[in-house]
Design a protein around this ligand. Structure first.
Ligand code: BYC
Length: 332
């Protein structure tokens, strides 16, 4: 159904018959699973949607380094420290692939960063929560990277070539990220003391609901989903992916011997999945408005990092200019 329609207002999508020739040809390519590349014609809305989603995704990877980086210098063993360092560096790489993919759509990196630093561009709500204990690092790997994989695996099939290819590289690294988090939690829960297991339970209590919010608002309130699915930017709705995540994660919590903090969580035979409790959407919207526990700290840290790095960017520019001048002199 989606593949035959294009948006004319917030909810109604144009049919193929209502499109002009260029738009129809574009939609037919999308419907035939032919990738759209940077130089191809595309509707303005498609370009805008991709710039919004890819740049916000890139910002999430970059801001997402901050909560875990908080624990690099305090990791409990040398091995855990090396693993965490590698993971946080991977996140920087993901951010860079994604900024490159967004640049192919005609926005510059400086413009994207200005939007982040001014608070205009969003990044994932999840990174506005604090990492209070070492168990939080395990939770980020298990739940946050687990949710990210659930969302990103279908994005590998996104209709826009550069985004889809960036996601293939990102997904290769995400399974290691999820695995290292779960492994740290297995150590705390199966080999640790009662206090360490309690620390893991406390972390789960704090991270469970924000992880479910990562998938975005419920389908009925998702303003972009119908259009993004018609354009095959998104392959699944927010609620579909959230449900798959819950179904995958509950048995993993059981294996750890941890309790998911949801009294309404119950297996539903008829739907072949878990029923779960109501998400606190007021909290989600508060965090999106900038009023989460760490929003201010996260943005301040990014702006400071950008300002502190000015000398390095200027050095690179000066070097490039000197090199170009030398080349020009040699050619003259
Ligand atoms: N947080 O119409 P909807 C990682 C916004 S990083 C904040 O459903 P859409 C990692 C949404 O942007 C992985 N905002 O939107 C890194 C929209 O507002 P705007 C991050 C959210 O785009 C380091 C409005 O709500 N992954 O894994 O169709 C360490 C309405 O929503 C959120 C990605 O970025 C949210 N959770 O669907 C560890 C995946 N949810 O833009 C781990 C790529 C919704 O109109 N993005 N909003 O102002 C997507 O797949 C989609 O953009 C979403 C939302 C599913 C997130």
């Amino acid at each position: 159904m989606y593949a035959q329609q294009i948006k004319t207002d917030a909810r109604r999508l144009k049919t193929l018959e209502e499109m002009d020739d260029q738009e129809r040809a574009f939609q037919e390519r999308v419907d035939a699973d032919i990738k759209i590349e940077a130089k191809d014609w595309m509707p303005d809305g498609y370009r805008k949607t991709l710039i919004r989603q890819i740049s916000q995704h890139a910002h999430s990877e970059i801001v997402g380094q901050l909560p875990e980086a908080n624990w690099i210098s305090r990791a409990p063993t040398l091995e855990r420290k090396a693993i965490l360092l590698a993971k946080v560096q991977d996140e920087a790489g993901h951010g860079l692939y994604l900024y490159c993919a967004a640049e192919t759509l005609g926005i510059s990196r400086d413009q994207m960063l200005a939007q982040l630093h001014s608070g205009k561009a969003k990044y994932s709500s999840i990174f506005n929560y604090p990492t209070l204990t070492w168990a939080d690092v395990g939770m980020i790997g298990w739940l946050v990277d687990g949710a990210a994989i659930m969302n990103q695996v279908p994005l590998q099939r996104c209709s826009y070539g550069p985004y889809s290819r960036a996601m293939i590289r990102v997904c290769k690294e995400e399974s290691f990220h999820q695995r290292q988090g779960y492994d740290a939690l297995i150590t705390l829960c199966h080999k640790g003391t009662a206090a360490q297991k309690a620390m893991a339970q406390d972390a789960l209590d704090r991270w469970w609901w924000p992880s479910l919010m990562m998938f975005g608002p419920p389908d009925g309130e998702s303003i972009h989903s119908a259009q993004s699915m018609a354009w095959k930017i998104k392959q699944n709705s927010n609620d579909e992916l959230r449900q798959k995540f819950v179904d995958q994660t509950v048995p993993q919590a059981d294996y750890l011997g941890l309790t998911i903090p949801d009294p309404d969580l119950k297996w539903n035979d008829a739907k072949g999945g878990y029923d779960f409790g109501e998400i606190d959407w007021d909290e989600f919207h508060r965090v999106l408005r900038g009023d989460g526990p760490c929003n201010k700290q996260r943005l301040d840290d990014r702006v400071t990092a950008w300002e502190d790095g000015a000398w390095y960017r200027e050095g690179l520019m000066a070097h490039a200019e000197k090199k170009a001048a030398r080349r020009a002199a040699a050619a003259a």
